[in-house]
Design a protein around this ligand. Structure first.
Ligand SMILES: [Zn+2]
Length: 280
């Protein structure tokens, strides 16, 4: 079997996580790389941090596949002494391409939020914000909402997440009433505090997301308390909520490359890109 080129890899990525599903503000796709170069191995990591790029150099990987973009905001320079320029230089000088699937991977079926909600045993869910051109994209969109087979206290849900997500320094936190029973669960992998209106409209008893800050959380709780007290909030680590998707993505990639007759080795990064390392 032959190795794919960078552009053949991009075809595979785009078939699993169509770029048309990405949000308008996002940056997805090939940020660095020669489309005609051969790819023998791909390193998968959530973030294109320097340590991940250094790992790709050591492992002699040909392509770094990330969830988060390397270049989200426009840059005026790729001067190697700048943060982004330094990364671009290291990649190019070592012949390494960089690709990312971000909100398109959140939105796609089997994507980030699907994987997160399935950790709770919920296999049938619908998007919180369905994708606008949904005709042929049934089931795609941002976030997911679905019902637990057996209702359980918010506290039990949080414990289940702590058990099934990778262990993190920041852990799993509850805002609201831990003893309250939950049936309908909304989730959004990564930072989901822009989705409170949609979560309330979905009738969810609890909302699982990451990066909840003081003001959005207190205002969401006040709003909840003026109605029936829901949704309660469960805040998980941004890194943990999305890194579980990478395992699913690796399996999908393995199958898709094989189906197309390509041989490529898929490597999981050993770098933990969760920035939080200690807690007192
Ligand atoms: Zn994220």
């Amino acid at each position: 079997m032959a190795s794919p080129t960078v552009s053949e890899c991009v075809d595979v990525f785009d078939s699993l996580w169509p770029p048309a599903l990405a949000e308008g503000w996002d940056s997805v796709g090939l940020a660095v790389g020669d489309p005609d170069a051969e790819v023998g191995s791909i390193l998968l990591a959530l973030d294109p941090m320097d340590a991940v790029i250094a790992e790709a150099v050591v492992l002699d990987a040909d392509l770094v596949f990330n969830h988060h973009p390397l270049l989200l905001r426009p840059v005026q320079t790729v001067n190697a002494s700048t943060l982004k320029g330094g990364a671009v230089h290291t990649l190019i000088s070592n012949g390494i391409a960089q690709f990312n699937a971000h909100t398109n991977a959140d939105s796609a079926r089997g994507g980030v939020s699907d994987v997160l909600i399935s950790l709770l045993g919920i296999t049938e869910s619908r998007p919180l914000v369905p994708h606008s051109s949904s005709e042929d994209r049934e089931g795609t969109g941002i976030g997911r909402v679905g019902d637990l087979d057996t209702p359980m206290p918010v506290r039990e849900l949080a414990r289940l997440l702590a058990e099934r997500l990778p262990r993190t320094t920041t852990g799993v936190r509850i805002a609201g009433d831990p003893a309250s029973m939950a049936t309908t669960v909304a989730v959004c992998g990564g930072a989901g505090d822009s989705l409170f209106d949609e979560v309330r409209a979905s009738g969810a008893d609890v909302f699982v997301t990451a990066d909840l800050r003081h003001h959005p959380a207190t205002e969401a709780r006040d709003t909840a308390n003026r109605h029936r007290g829901t949704p309660h909030l469960i805040d998980v680590s941004h890194w943990a909520s999305e890194t579980v998707w990478l395992d699913a993505a690796a399996a999908q990639l393995e199958a898709e490359f094989a189906a197309r007759g390509f041989e490529v080795s898929l490597l999981r990064s050993a770098v933990n890109t969760d920035p939080w390392v200690e807690r007192y």
